[in-house]
Design a protein around this ligand. Structure first.
Ligand code: LMR
Length: 334
């Protein structure tokens, strides 16, 4: 009886994060002691595809690693603390997830984090080049629209850039859309499919509600605005204590799991992610992509857009291009 129940619990805990085949992957979380990093590391500790989980942060990671190491899943965890241990944390990683950096406070937008977070992502990308140049690098740190181009430029400078291996995590926009549509329609959010394209801030977030399955049963425009402002909704509710951590950790773990499933040879793994592409005039743009053994296998391009969504795209592009240029200029001047 006990065996049955614990088997069932283990299944439930890993339902969203598992796959049929088993493999051995090393994952490094950068920012693992933070509000996102801790729950993200917990979810990755539950992922049967992860064999070695390395936790890096400037402080606190030995404690987080010791704590997680008491969980009865087979992966091993190790904590790495301070810039001098960053290289060791990254050595040989297959997937690196970056949540390091400072969160927003009420009244700030994601771009206001640039001064604090740009250098952090630059230095981690530099260390990735040197210690695990073939790793899939997935970035949560805000402003995603700008720090992903920063990582690309740093990797490029170091001669290790492969656009198929760099991902901005916009998964939370998809997760939120599924939640809002599911609850709005009174159906299981897990059964909702919807592409969210563009970037990860304000008007650059374009939920393609015309392609949602099932269709949203209420008014489209207020839901679009709610998805675009959902991060701010959490920032306001947390009233000075930061931004989304738990839902972001869930979203990061979902993308990491999909990257691992692709690496593991599973076919038809599709996620929306902010990647380098020629789909629009913006050099980086989130679209549905197929993930595989080399990271991004195929960019599925723009979904079919209705007139309202075409208008959203027109609004998003100049803002996105401005965000991207800021990142490129930062590295050029560094
Ligand atoms: C989010 O979407 O919740 C995150 O990007 C955090 C933020 O600042 O909004």
């Amino acid at each position: 009886m006990f065996k049955q129940v614990s088997k069932q619990l283990a299944f439930q805990a890993t339902r969203n994060f598992s796959t049929s085949k088993q493999s051995n992957f090393k994952v490094t979380v950068c920012g693992a002691n933070g509000g996102i990093g801790q729950p993200l590391s917990l979810l990755l500790k539950l992922n049967p595809l992860v064999t070695q989980l390395n936790l890096y942060d400037i402080v606190g990671t030995p404690g987080v690693a010791a704590d997680l190491s008491h969980i009865d899943t087979s992966s091993t965890t190790q904590g790495f603390k301070g810039p001098e241990e960053l290289g060791a944390a990254l050595k040989g990683a297959d997937v690196v997830v970056v949540s390091a950096g400072v969160p927003r406070k009420p009244g700030m937008d994601r771009d206001d984090l640039f001064n604090m977070n740009a250098g952090i992502v630059r230095d981690i990308a530099d260390a990735v080049s040197k210690n695990c140049p073939k790793a899939l690098l997935a970035i949560i740190t805000n402003p995603v629209n700008t720090v992903v181009p920063i990582a690309a430029e740093v990797l490029k400078k170091n001669g290790t850039y492969d656009p198929k291996r760099l991902f901005g995590i916009t998964t939370l926009d998809v997760v939120r859309s599924r939640a809002f549509i599911g609850h709005g329609n009174n159906v299981d959010p897990q059964s909702v499919e919807i592409p969210v394209i563009g970037g990860h801030s304000g008007v650059t977030i374009i939920p393609v509600l015309s392609q949602s399955q099932p269709k949203y049963s209420k008014e489209i425009e207020p839901l679009t605005k709610r998805i675009q402002d959902a991060g701010t909704e959490v920032v306001k509710a947390k009233a000075g204590a930061g931004s989304a951590t738990l839902s972001m950790a869930y979203a990061g773990a979902r993308l990491a799991n999909s990257l691992l499933r692709g690496l593991n040879g599973e076919r038809n793994v599709i996620e929306c992610s902010y990647v380098e592409s020629t789909v629009t005039e913006a050099r980086f743009f989130s679209t549905p992509v197929v993930l595989g053994k080399n990271g991004l296998e195929e960019n599925l391009g723009l979904p079919k857009l209705n007139d309202y969504e075409k208008k959203l795209l027109v609004e998003a592009l100049p803002e996105l291009q401005k965000n991207i240029k800021k990142g490129v200029d930062f590295v050029a001047k560094s």
